[in-house]
Design a protein around this ligand. Structure first.
Ligand SMILES: CC(C)(COP(=O)(O)OP(=O)(O)OC[C@H]1O[C@@H](n2cnc3c(N)ncnc32)[C@H](O)[C@@H]1OP(=O)(O)O)[C@@H](O)C(=O)NCCC(=O)NCCS
Length: 245
């Protein structure tokens, strides 16, 4: 498949897998769908203190069963979007690109000179679940309402979840990857108008990635008594950033 319905995704001629390529100087990095074979790399990353200490969502410790379950979910989501794009390409090959429910590519990979690929991390684009709120009625209501909005609804609050292998931290990779996903896919192909970025107040790396991509600080929420994460960390507060397209 090619043409406007898939744009700006490219297709690997050997594997037929779609991908986004980061701009230079990071053009040796691509973003592809997840693969079931990513399990070991994901388990390694999500049990790495440099990564899990900042994350509240994934289970801890992160087990092979968690990776298999997650991969089954996200590969199925990605396949569904690619099928929708395939149908649109067949029915309306030159027509305006359709809006879809999420981004079919999310795994960052470094392409080495011999063509082999190294898993670098994950960048997901889910609907916002308002992590700055403590569990309760208000948070559930907001989330439920956000999930109920139809594809393309400009009122949807999107959010970002990401991590990068610690071997590659501090090289500017996630800043460029976030800009690519936002500008090349979320805004034009998901119709995203409001994208939120939430980071614990002391996660300066993540906060800078948002700021470098034009996300503005909306509010800082202090957790009364600290928020105790299942990975043993205690967090004092969270910064909520917002990007408006
Ligand atoms: C957050 C994360 C994705 C950033 O990815 P990255 O590719 O290392 O980030 P970049 O190299 O693009 O850095 C962006 C900016 O933040 C700065 N930065 C990166 N890590 C930092 C840190 N630990 N402390 C302070 N600044 C940091 C960089 O110097 C850069 O600033 P500059 O452009 O002014 O030099 C990565 O550190 C990571 O995976 N962390 C663990 C998981 C996580 O925190 N996920 C986000 C949860 S909200």
């Amino acid at each position: 498949m090619s043409g406007p319905q898939l744009s700006p995704l490219r297709v690997n001629p050997k594997t037929q897998e779609p991908y986004l390529q980061l701009p230079a100087p990071h053009d040796n990095i691509i973003i592809t769908p997840a693969r079931m074979s990513d399990a070991d790399d994901i388990i390694r990353c999500l049990n790495d203190f440099a990564i899990y200490k900042w994350l509240e969502g994934p289970p801890f410790p992160y087990l092979p069963s968690h990776a298999d379950e997650w991969l089954a979910t996200v590969t199925s989501e990605s396949n569904t979007i690619l099928e929708e794009l395939g149908v649109a390409a067949k029915n309306n090959p030159d027509g305006p690109p359709i809006l879809v429910s999420s981004c079919p590519v999310r795994i960052l990979r470094e392409v080495l000179e011999d063509g082999s690929e190294v898993f670098l991390g994950d960048l997901g684009t889910p609907r916002c679940c308002y992590p700055e709120y403590n569990p309760g009625f208000e948070k559930e209501k907001l989330h439920e309402k956000n999930l109920s909005r139809p594809v393309g609804d400009p009122e949807i609050d999107w959010c970002i979840g990401y991590y990068l292998a610690s071997s590659h931290h501090g090289r500017g990779i996630m800043s460029v990857a976030l800009g690519t996903i936002v500008n090349d896919w979320m805004v034009p192909r998901m119709g995203a108008k409001t994208i939120k970025g939430e980071a614990y107040s002391d996660n300066w790396g993540s906060r800078k990635v948002f700021e470098k991509n034009g996300f503005k600080l909306l509010k800082t929420v202090e957790f009364e008594g600290g928020r105790h994460l299942k990975n043993g960390q205690i967090k004092e507060g969270m910064c909520v950033y917002v990007y408006k397209s």
